[in-house]
Every structure is written in C-alpha cells, then in structure tokens.
Design a protein around this ligand. Structure first.
Ligand code: HMG
Ligand code: MG
Length: 307
C-alpha cells in the first residue's frame, strides 16, 4: 500500500481505545453501567479490537468506575476483541480475575511525585510491588500491559530523565509485562522529545513492545503520535471524542482523540481497521450522554455530515 507520508512506513497500526476507562474516569458525570456497555458495543462496532473497559481500583479513589464487576459480568465479549482493565494491586487483581478478565494493565510512573499522588506509593515501591502481582496474573494465563506515566516530564518533579524511563521500562518487561504503554500524562511533550526518547529506548527495547499514550493538554498529541509512528511504534492509545485525564493530575488534558488519529491515518493510507464515521457518530452520542462538547477536532469538523 502506498503511503503519502515518507516518515511513516508501516502500513497498519493498532489502536487501544481507552475512552471507557481513561475517558470516563475524568468525567464529573458517572455514566450508568448500561450506557458504558452501549459505548463499548459501539466501539467494537466501529472496528476496535482492543478496548480498555474499566479499572479495578478503589471506588473511593475513582467512583466513576465503581461498577467494574457489574460491567464485566454483563459485557458480551466478542471473539477477536480484547477487553483489558486497569489493576493497581492484589485486591484489584482478585476482583478482575473473579469476573473472568483475561487481560490487565498495571500502572507505574517514571516519576516519583505522580506515583505518590496516583498510587500512594513511591515510584520504587510501585515498581517492586508489581512483580508478584504480574507473576500471579501470568500464572493465571492473563496478558499484562505495563503503563509508565510521565515519561517526558512530571508537573511536580520536572523533566523525567530518559535513562530513568529506560530503567523503568526494563523493569516492567523483566517482571513479565507483555507490552509497555508510555504515557505523556500531562501532555507537555513535543515531537522532538518523543523521538529522542524512542531513540534511547529502542536499541534495547523492541519497538513492537512499545505502545504510546498521549494526552493533548498542549495540543501536541497528534504530532507526538506521528513522531512515534515515524520511529516504528505500531500501537497507539486513543479515546473516542478525545475525553480523558487523570483525577490525580488535574492539569492533564484529554487523550489523543481516536477520530483525529483516524483522520491522519486515512489521509496517509495507514490501516487501522477502525471506521471514522462510526467513531464520529459515537463521539456525538457520547457528548449527549456526558452533557458537554467533547474535545476531538475531527468530530467537530464533521458534525454536520454525520447523523
Ligand atoms: P491506598 O489508600 O494506598 O490503599 O490506595 P490501601 O491498600 O491502604 O486501601 C485503602 C482503601 O481502598 C481500603 O478500603 C481498600 O480496601 C480499598 P477501606 O478499608 O478504606 O474501606 N482498596 C480497594 N478497593 C477496591 N479495589 C482495589 C482497592 N485497593 C484498595 N483495587 C490505591 C492505593 C492505588 C489502591 C488507590 O489510591 C486507588 O485505587 N487509586 C486509583 C488510581 C487510579 O485509578 N488512577 C487513574 C488511573 S492511572 C492513569 O490514568 C494514567 C494512565 O492513563 C497512563 C497515563 O496517562 O500516563 C494509565
Ligand atoms: Mg492516561
């Protein structure tokens, strides 16, 4: 397939759709379980094969996702679609396994301050604590993703040294994570920094194991995703409508919008398997359910053309 983009040679990428988790955790309105299920159905209908559906975290910390068990019990899982969930500790893993989850994501931070705010543990404690948890998950046959937040900079600690990111990546892979997702959680990074980070990491960490997760606080998420693709990253986290953010880093803007990346991919002949019009229709529906306009550019631009 011809690509019009000399920087991006890979003909296809995989999207990890995070609206039901990263998106809804940041909303002031908690959606009913049946509305979340309808969202997940719509995302699968649009062609997503990886949908991060919820988190098994403390309901006091993230009340928007307190219905995780009910959601998983009711979810009609489709063959060919993966439904990962976030897990912060053994209690979360037990809860997830009790409802038959077969893929989890643990989440650590490359910086110390965000680790303490998000997990109530130091960076070191969190990374060390995940070792037995990941072992239990792998022994149970689960696939495990390892998130690493604040890979460019931390709002409290400042710039994150790239070598620190590399060390944390190595540790997450050493304890058994199948894939990494490197997060610019506060969305401050720019293209140059993404390329510099990947150039440091990829001589020793296979790029096939690296996904990237960009928040769009400073409007850089699409450029950063493109930079990551130009360095061979084939898995990108996106959120329909561009919703998202961390309740524990409130300056973080929404996630890279699925439809914004789809627009770039469509114009560059990069295959995603995800339908743009269905995504835009879902963003419109989700906007009504959440009661506010969503940040994605492409949905706003196409609004008049999609029912
Ligand atoms: P803690 O207070 O240190 O934990 O919380 P604890 O073990 O002392 O437990 C305190 C209470 O929470 C207890 O209940 C536990 O039972 C309960 P109490 O006795 O007070 O009634 N608890 C739980 N309940 C249900 N499920 C659990 C669980 N664990 C403890 N799994 C903890 C530490 C991390 C658990 C808590 O602070 C928490 O759940 N935080 C939520 C973190 C979170 O969801 N953050 C957002 C997702 S990460 C993110 O957005 C970044 C990402 O998108 C990538 C990027 O953008 O960079 C992934
Ligand atoms: Mg995030």
């Amino acid at each position: 397939m011809t690509t019009y983009d000399a920087d991006v040679e890979q003909p296809s990428i995989t999207l990890v759709e995070v609206a039901p988790r990263d998106g809804l955790q940041a909303e002031s309105r908690t959606l009913p379980t049946e509305t979340k299920l309808a969202l997940i159905e719509r995302l699968a209908d649009a062609g997503h094969t990886v949908i991060e559906v919820t988190s098994f975290v403390s309901p006091k910390a993230v009340p928007q996702l307190a219905d995780a068990e009910e959601l998983l019990r009711t979810l009609k899982r489709r063959p060919g679609v993966r439904y990962p969930v976030l897990v912060p500790n053994e209690k979360g893993l037990e809860r997830a396994m009790s409802v038959g989850v077969n893929e989890i994501a643990v989440f650590a931070s490359a910086s110390d301050a965000y680790s303490r705010k998000n997990l109530n543990r130091s960076r070191e404690e969190a990374l060390a604590g995940y070792a037995p948890l990941v072992r239990t998950a792998k022994d149970g046959g689960l696939r495990v993703r390892g998130y690493l937040s604040m890979v460019i900079a931390d709002p409290w600690d400042g710039p994150t040294p790239r070598e620190t990111v590399r060390d944390a990546c190595r540790r997450l892979l050493d304890i058994g994570c199948d894939e990494l997702s490197l997060g610019d959680t506060s969305g401050v990074g720019v293209r140059y920094q993404v390329v510099a980070l990947l150039d440091l990491l990829t001589p020793e960490i296979p790029v096939a194991k690296i996904a990237m997760h960009f928040h769009d606080t400073y409007g850089q998420a699409l450029a950063n995703a493109h930079a990551a693709m130009s360095r061979g990253v084939r898995t990108l986290d996106t959120s329909t409508g561009g919703i998202g953010g961390s309740p524990f880093a409130k300056m973080a803007g929404g996630n890279l919008a699925t439809e914004d990346l789809l627009w770039l991919c469509r114009g560059s002949n990069i295959e995603t398997g995800v339908d743009l019009d269905k995504t835009v229709a879902t963003a419109k529906w989700l906007s009504a359910e959440l009661g506010h306009e969503l940040p994605a550019h492409v949905s706003r631009a196409l609004a008049h053309r999609v029912e």
